[in-house]
Ligand binder design. Structure first.
Ligand SMILES: [Zn+2]
Length: 410
């Protein structure tokens, strides 16, 4: 039975939240705890198990026997749609609503913005969330991406023109290095390179010079931060590998299938992948392509994820939401399962893998005493069907319920 959020009578001690009657998956490879309780105080998990006493006055969420996992990460997002790209001037209610529709509603407690405009906007949004003014996820950002000279992607040109944003193109390694340094010093958590930029001047794909890639990646690594790349073609992947990139932001369905050999090289070089599988269906459908073509292109992306996963590659869940307007994650989970990822592998891509990749695994990714109280309550068991990961009942970030509605403590 599903019970509503229940605020027990008595004095609420700030920080006390208990999720009771839960099937807890502490981590992707742990055995579930049935009929368990997670106790939260001051934003941290303090106790997990079957013999946890719920203090008087705690806020109680009854999971009704359903599943509780660590909060999800979406490692490929863009806070670009209005009102989010006007983070400085929009009201808390407007921003909060948009963040809930894009992220909290789907269980995301940490998201990585891997390209946004104008420069500094995501940091402003993060500041308003962290100050407690707006309920939302923990935000990481690469700030502005790096495009090759004459390589602003056709699909972002109009947006940039409408914002009169400065060019994000870089012509030389020195210029690129200088901007990378500045963005990282200003609080960026990584860098993003459009190694293969899709342009509409008839040439198709503009590739970035390896020298520029190396300069930007070097600055990111010097700061202990990751470098993301948009490869687009097999040549783009080779430049990413030679340049020391950490995460491929997409597979490359236009290039045809990936060989097991290519997957093995990516894994050997420690490159992670955000699959964004549903995105390709959406994009091809936009061109009014016949369903057979949609399925063929989406099938290639799925094959690429399959060989990468089989080779032991680190998969980071990511959807490109904010460029894509598909917030619902159901189809993405179906596609990932279709690529041979079982529910444990998918849970790892949502929790432990990104926490480890981005250096936050001592605080996030697992349900354990001492970890951040980032939690998701699902309506059914993903072990029965991975699409259950999209059926989110409650999202808790740092001990605060941010979905279904922000619940601020008195
Ligand atoms: Zn993207």
């Amino acid at each position: 039975m599903v019970l509503p959020l229940l605020l027990l009578a008595g004095v609420v001690r700030a920080g006390d939240l208990a999720i009771v009657n839960a099937r807890i998956y502490p981590s992707p490879d742990a055995e579930p705890i049935t009929d368990g309780t997670v106790l939260v105080r001051d934003g941290r998990i303090v106790q997990v198990g079957t013999a946890v006493e719920v203090p008087d006055g705690a806020m109680v969420i009854d999971a009704g026997g359903d599943t509780v996992t660590a909060g999800f990460w979406n490692s490929h997002v863009h806070p670009l749609p209005l009102p989010l790209r006007e983070a400085a001037t929009r009201s808390p209610a407007e921003l909060e609503f948009a963040l809930r529709q894009m992220f909290a509603r789907w269980g995301f407690t940490t998201v990585f913005d891997i390209a946004s405009f104008p420069s500094g906007n995501t940091a402003t949004l993060r500041g308003r969330i962290n100050a407690g003014e707006v309920a939302g996820p923990s935000l990481l950002t690469v700030d502005m991406p790096f495009f090759p000279a004459d390589g602003t992607p056709s699909y972002v040109k109009d947006l940039l023109d409408s914002m009169t944003a400065p060019s994000a193109e870089v012509a030389t390694a020195d210029e690129a290095r200088e901007r990378a340094r500045r963005q990282l010093a200003d609080g960026a958590d990584g860098v993003k390179l459009f190694i293969g930029a899709i342009v509409d001047d008839g040439t198709g794909v503009r590739l970035m010079d390896l020298e520029i890639v190396r300069a930007v990646v070097e600055e990111a690594h010097r700061a202990g931060k990751p470098a993301f790349a948009h490869p687009t073609t097999l040549e783009g992947i080779e430049i990413a590998l030679a340049g020391g990139v950490d995460v491929l932001a997409h597979p490359t369905p236009a290039s045809g299938a990936w060989s097991a050999e290519l997957a093995r090289r990516l894994v050997e070089e420690g490159v992670a992948l955000t699959p964004t599988l549903e995105l390709f269906e959406i994009e091809v459908r936009k061109e009014n392509a016949p369903e057979a073509v949609v399925e063929r292109i989406a099938g290639i992306a799925q094959q690429q994820l399959r060989v990468f996963h089989e080779a032991g590659g680190q998969v980071l869940f990511g959807t490109d939401i904010g460029y894509s307007d598909q917030a619902d994650t159901r189809r993405e989970f179906e596609r990932m399962a279709g690529a041979g990822m079982d529910w444990r592998a998918i849970l790892a891509s949502l929790t432990t893998a990104p926490a480890r990749r981005f250096g936050q695994d001592s605080r996030k990714g697992r349900i354990e005493a001492g970890m951040d109280a980032d939690l998701v309550v699902l309506g059914s068991d993903p072990a029965d069907d991975p699409q259950a990961f999209s059926g989110v009942r409650y999202t808790v970030r740092g001990g605060e319920v941010i979905h279904p509605a922000p619940w601020h403590r008195p």
